[in-house]
Design a protein around this ligand. Structure first.
Ligand SMILES: [Zn+2]
Length: 294
């Protein structure tokens, strides 16, 4: 069933586990992710960003399809706009049927981030749509971001930010970065800061740039209070590895078979990840006043 993100993340916050948010950019990925969640009896979040929609995941094609797939399973499925950069994209996302919006004004000054986030929260909540925002800034692995605490989330600011904006979930910067880390590099996460943020906020926290962090970091992040983990690069990589292996094994493999291979690899990856972050068999929660869109 299609739901917003609040109910599923509040349950994860209460019971100390995390839910995957997978950037799902075509039919095969979306189906793999939803089937994996359904078989694991886990809530799941499918998401995409503006440039992914421009390149491949055209909203008019993929959003009705994902909504349809979501309605055919009985585990909760959320459809999230990843990194909404401006008001127009957020308003479009409301019209297109996203059930959660991320507003990312994290590279702007604090007051401007508060102002923009508050406006999106007011608009979205009026429509039963939940909102994630970001404070501190999770940058790009390719730029070496996340290696120093310059852009890490400040605890006192985070408390003020949540009070003034009313966001449902907060993405925090604790040492990860988006995209691929250089070979051999494993990010060092600031778990002390995460513990302070969780104690001060007691609300769902989100980890961006989780790909390539390694299982140990992910496990500790979940134990430390992360409730949503964004996964893009690692999911793409699972498909790429399987496709290359298939081609190596049989260079004549055709398009249909290569896509079948990719879909199966993503599904297996998502099932393993769900087991890692503890959301298996967590598919029921109280929908009475939160999650259900219907
Ligand atoms: Zn992100």
């Amino acid at each position: 069933m299609l739901v917003n993100m609040k109910g599923m993340l509040d349950a994860a916050n209460r019971d100390h586990y995390a839910i995957m948010a997978v950037n799902s950019v075509n039919m095969e990925m979306a189906r793999a992710v939803i089937e994996a969640a359904s078989e694991m009896r886990s809530p799941i979040i499918l998401q995409m960003g503006r440039s992914q929609m421009a390149k491949l995941a055209h909203h008019e094609d993929i959003l009705p399809m994902i909504r349809n797939m979501a309605e055919r399973v009985d585990v909760p499925v959320c459809l999230n706009l990843d990194h909404g950069p401006d008001f127009q994209t957020e308003i479009n996302a409301i019209h297109w049927g996203f059930t959660n919006l991320m507003i990312d004004a994290s590279s702007l000054p604090f007051e401007e981030n508060v102002r923009r986030t508050r406006i999106i929260v007011d608009m979205a909540h009026a429509k039963g749509i939940s909102v994630e925002a970001e404070l501190g800034h999770v940058g790009q692995a390719a730029d070496g971001d996340g290696r120093t605490d310059d852009m890490f989330t400040n605890v006192a600011q985070a408390v003020e930010f949540v009070e003034r904006t009313g966001v449902d979930a907060l993405a925090v910067a604790i040492g990860t970065a988006h995209g691929k880390y250089p070979a051999g590099y494993v990010p060092k996460l600031d778990f002390d800061r995460l513990a302070e943020l969780k104690a001060a906020l007691r609300m769902p926290l989100v980890l961006h740039g989780g790909s390539g962090s390694g299982e140990e970091n992910i496990r500790r992040a979940v134990a430390g209070g992360i409730n949503k983990i964004n996964v893009c690069t690692d999911a793409f990589h699972a498909a790429e590895v399987a496709m290359k292996a298939k081609w190596a094994e049989d260079p004549q493999t055709d398009y249909l078979n290569i896509m079948v291979t990719a879909e199966a690899a993503i599904k297996a990856f998502v099932k393993d990840y769900i087991a890692l972050i503890g959301s298996a068999n967590r598919y029921t929660f109280d929908f009475a006043d939160n999650g259900s869109k219907e």
